[in-house]
Structures are given as C-alpha cells and as structure tokens.
Design a protein around this ligand. Structure first.
Ligand code: SF4
Length: 371
C-alpha cells in the first residue's frame, strides 16, 4: 500500500476548491444535500441547484413538509430524479426517527433513503468530524491508479479491496482528506487524460510508474448503446395552454410532469422500431391519422396535427432517447378539455405555469422553445 495522505493534504492546502458553497458550512442538512446532488453530477452543474434549493427549503423540516411538486420543480434539470424523491423521504425519516438531526453513526445514516456508505461517510466526516473514509467515483479512480489496481473495478472483490484501502489510507483529519482526494480526482487525476505532470502523487503513483495512467481503471464492461424512440405530443388548447401528465413516482422521470407520449405503429399494427420512425414520419398521412385516433381514444380529444419538430437526442446513462415533438391543436372544444381533465392524471397549464413545474430536460427544452 502506497501512503498518499501527506502529499494530498499539502497539495489541497494550496490548490483545493475551498470556495465551494458546501465547504462553507458544517450544517449536516446542507452537507448531506450537496452529497446527494453531487452523485453522478458535476460540481458546476450542482452549484446553482444547491443554492436555489437551500434558499427555498433550508432545513430538514422544510424539505420534509414541502409538496413533492415543489421538490421536483427545484430539482428539475438536475436529472436522476429518484434522488429528489429519496431526499424528501430521507428528510421525513430524519424528522420522525432522529429528532431532526443527521444520524451520528454510519449504520444509522445508511438507513436513510438514497444514502449509501460513501455518502454517509462524507457527511459524518464533514459534519461531525468522524474518521470515515469515502469511496466516490473520484476517490475510487485515485486509489486505483495510485495503487495500480488492475482488476475489474466494479467487481465485489475489487470494491471490498478498495474500501479496505480507503479506510487504511484515510487519516484522522478525514474531513479535509476526503475533500482533497475528491478534488484531485476532479482536477488532476481525471477520467481521461490525467494531468500526471501536475500531480502531487506522481512520485509514488504506481500507475504512472508503469505507464498505465490512461489505462486504469480497467473498463471491462461494454457501454450500453440501447436506443429508444418516442414522439411527444404538444397538445395546445385555444388559449395556448398545454396538456401535461404527471408520471408515476417510480421509473424514469418519476413524479415529473411530461408531455403525453405516443408510439406509432406500422402497417402490421406493431410498434415501429426506432430506426424506422423517420420513415413513418415521411408518411405524414398515416402518422396524422394515428395521432388523431390516439388522442380520441386516450383523451377524448378531437385534434389536428399542426407540425413536427426535428428529431432530437437525449442521452441517459443506460440508453439514448430519440424524440420528436408533434404539435397539435384542438379542433374544438371545451367539452373535450373537460373530458381530458376529468379522466386523466393530467392538467392544462399556461406557458409560465408549465415551466414552473418539475419537467424532464427534453420537455423543458420543447416548451421553452414554444413560450
Ligand atoms: S500520477 Fe497521474 S495517474 Fe497517478 S494519481 Fe497522479 S494524475 Fe493520477
């Protein structure tokens, strides 16, 4: 095992990101919120969301009591919305079971929804000054390279080895060390093209010594390149209001408001495969007829197709979503609107009200362009 703490701490003192807003506090709520937001998300993307969220919901109690719609609207655009739903459930548990304080043991902290071992450790080290080791993506990469670990980084065995290393290497000043290893991973020992020449660990780094800096961590699993296609229906009434449906709590975009989705069918009546959707679109007559039929059956609406947006792409971790928006007007009719309101978990929103809701990023882009 190659010790790294002294070099890391010395480097951090001069080069760390001490100005980050969540490093100006020891409040467990603010520290926990930052850790949740930073999961799978870059620091620069998190900053404005963190500030806005803390201003609107500044405490465990405020988050616990807030309407879910408000929480999701504040999270809207940050992605991975299960984090927002879990965050609110965690705040409710903190208030109900832990007297409004973040639990002071890792075991108890890990019972909170959305809080894994590394998140719990990061908060305990920062808020309560406990000697707890973290193993987020940045720390993992630094450990793998500095110790030249060549096994599959996602295997249970390697993870166990990494946790043991992390615990052995983390000094009493865990709070500062955790920040230092996170910063080194984000600023110097980056996923691609690590800046070894500027690295305080270069002299002892085994990956560097063996010329493996860019090869580690090993990437043994193929990237999932699945594709999905969907048409979003932007249905507008005569007053320019748009129809949005609230998605179920579980699954993708859970709890967010979304434009209705439509999957065209081929002549066989089967859903059209992703690659064929362009062709289906070329046959505008068939598409228009299908959309009219869909809206009548699904929503009781009499509609006409007014336009088609160009194909767009939204990249998720596990797949790519190709989507196209179909702009639709109501041929009539107040009666149809009442039917749609009564029958569905949907609502009509004016342009500003729609944009104030928690929306998936592609839907926000579509509606922003139209408003
Ligand atoms: S020397 Fe290079 S590979 Fe090793 S820890 Fe530093 S940046 Fe990472």
């Amino acid at each position: 095992m190659i010790p790294i703490a002294d070099s890391l701490l010395a480097w951090y003192a001069d080069n760390g990101r001490h100005e980050l807003p969540w490093r100006q506090t020891q409040d467990s709520y603010a520290l926990w919120l930052a850790e949740i937001m930073l999961q799978q998300t870059q620091v620069e993307s998190v900053k404005p969301y963190y500030t806005r969220f803390l201003q609107a919901l500044p405490s465990w109690e405020a988050l616990a009591r807030a309407p879910q719609d408000q929480v999701l609207a504040l999270w809207s655009g940050l992605g991975y919305y299960a984090r927002a739903r879990n965050a609110q459930r965690a705040a409710q548990k903190v208030c109900a079971d832990f007297a409004g304080q973040f639990p002071d043991t890792r075991e108890a902290a890990e019972t909170l929804p959305g809080v894994g071992r590394s998140t719990a450790a990061a908060v305990l080290a920062s808020a309560y000054d406990q000697q707890e080791a973290i193993l987020d993506a940045n720390a993992r990469r630094v450990l793998i390279r500095s110790q030249a670990i060549r096994s599959d980084p996602k295997s249970t065995r390697t993870l166990q080895q990494l946790w043991e290393l992390a615990e052995a290497l983390t000094p009493t000043a865990a709070h500062t060390y955790n920040q230092a290893i996170q910063d080194l991973g984000a600023m110097i020992c980056t996923p691609r093209h690590p800046r070894c020449d500027a690295c305080p660990l270069q002299r002892s780094c085994m990956a560097y010594a063996e010329g493996l800096s860019e090869q580690l961590p090993l990437s043994l699993r193929k990237r999932d390149t699945r594709e999905r296609c969907v048409f979003f229906l932007q249905i507008e009434d005569g007053d320019g209001r748009v129809f949005l449906e609230k998605r179920p709590d579980s699954g993708i975009w859970g709890g967010l408001w979304c434009l209705p989705q439509f999957h065209p069918q081929g002549l066989s009546g089967q859903p059209v495969p992703c690659t064929a959707q362009q062709n289906t679109l070329a046959d505008g007559v068939v598409l228009r007829e299908q959309v009219r039929h869909f809206c009548a059956m699904q929503y009781g609406l009499v509609v006409e197709v007014q336009g088609l947006m160009a194909m767009q792409k939204h990249v998720f971790t596990h797949f790519q979503l190709h989507f196209r928006c179909i702009h639709i007007g109501l041929q009539e009719d107040l009666q149809a609107i009442k039917v749609a309101d009564r029958v569905l978990s949907g609502r009509w929103f004016g342009p500003e009200a729609a944009l104030a809701k928690g929306l998936p990023t592609p839907i926000r882009k579509i509606l922003s362009r139209s408003s």
